[in-house]
Design a binder for this molecule. Structure first.
Ligand SMILES: [Zn+2]
Length: 136
């Protein structure tokens, strides 16, 4: 008697479709760099959704990964980037390694972020660190 609940999917995870709770509504407030996160931006995540525990964790990893990669692309292109300071670069590098470790060590219901992408970006960070600074 209640079919056609368009657009509202609370009751199952929006990523892996599990009905096993608890489900969390993700409010993606601040990004990795502490900037306000615009969830209406079409290039980022769309409307708020519901995710189970492992998918919500992955969404957070995915969000940080995307932010870091976008800033790294700017840095590589010689544009103003959140990563222009050595401290920020180091912090982002550590976060990437943390993300890779979490991805490598977990079995998720849905694969939202490819560990190979994370490892590839870590490799580019290491190349960047080797070429631009000799701080040890
Ligand atoms: Zn899920």
């Amino acid at each position: 008697m209640t079919d056609g609940q368009a657009g509202f999917s609370a009751g199952r995870c929006d990523a892996c479709s599990t009905e096993r709770g608890p489900l969390m509504k993700l409010s993606l407030g601040k990004d990795f760099f502490g900037r306000a996160y615009d969830r209406l931006s079409p290039s980022s995540d769309q409307s708020p959704k519901w995710f189970c525990e492992s998918c919500s964790m992955q969404k957070n990893l995915q969000r940080d990964f995307r932010d870091i990669r976008a800033e790294f692309e700017k840095l590589s292109a010689g544009q103003l980037s959140e990563l222009r300071g050595a401290d920020q670069l180091q912090r982002a590098h550590l976060r990437l390694r943390e993300i890779a470790t979490i991805l490598d060590g977990n079995m998720f219901g849905a694969r939202l972020l490819d560990p190979a992408d994370v490892h590839a970006l870590i490799g580019r960070f290491q190349a960047q660190a080797g070429s631009s600074s000799a701080v040890g």
